[in-house]
Design a protein around this ligand. Structure first.
Ligand SMILES: [Zn+2]
Length: 116
C-alpha cells in the first residue's frame, strides 16, 4: 500500500506562524556531517535559495545526476550547469576533450561558463 507523505512549508510568515502550503521541496545544508533541512513550497523555494546564496556567498558545487553526485558550476548568467553539460557543449563546438567521461579541462568549463 502506498503511503503519501505531505509536508508543509516551513517558511516563516511572522508572529510564529509558517506558510500553510504543501512543501514538495526539501533544501538541505550539510556542515560537520550534520544535515540541516527545510521543507518549502514552490513559491518559497527560490526565495530561500536566493537569500542563503546572497547572505553567505553559497554557490553551487555539486549536482545529483541519476543518483550520482557530479560537480556543478555557475555560468555567467547565473545558470547552474554540470561538467557533463559543458562537455557535451565542448564536443558540439568541435573542441578537443579527453576521453574520460565526466571530466573536462578547466579552460573548457570556463569557456562554457562565460558563454552561458
Ligand atoms: Zn511556502
Amino acid at each position: 500500500m502506498a503511503v503519501t507523505m505531505t509536508r508543509t512549508c516551513d517558511f516563516p510568515m511572522g508572529r510564529g506562524s509558517v506558510c500553510p502550503n504543501d512543501a514538495p521541496h526539501r533544501i538541505e545544508l550539510t556542515a560537520d556531517d550534520i544535515v540541516y533541512s527545510v521543507d518549502v513550497c514552490d513559491e518559497h523555494k527560490q526565495e530561500v535559495i536566493d537569500s542563503v546564496r546572497e547572505a553567505f556567498n553559497f554557490r553551487p558545487t555539486a549536482s545529483w545526476v541519476n543518483g550520482m553526485r557530479r560537480n556543478a558550476h555557475i555560468a555567467a548568467s547565473g545558470k547552474v550547469f554540470t561538467t557533463a553539460e559543458a562537455r557535451a557543449w565542448a564536443i558540439e563546438q568541435g573542441l578537443t576533450v579527453g576521453r574520460a567521461q565526466g571530466r573536462l579541462a578547466k579552460s573548457h568549463i570556463d569557456l562554457y561558463a562565460a558563454s552561458h
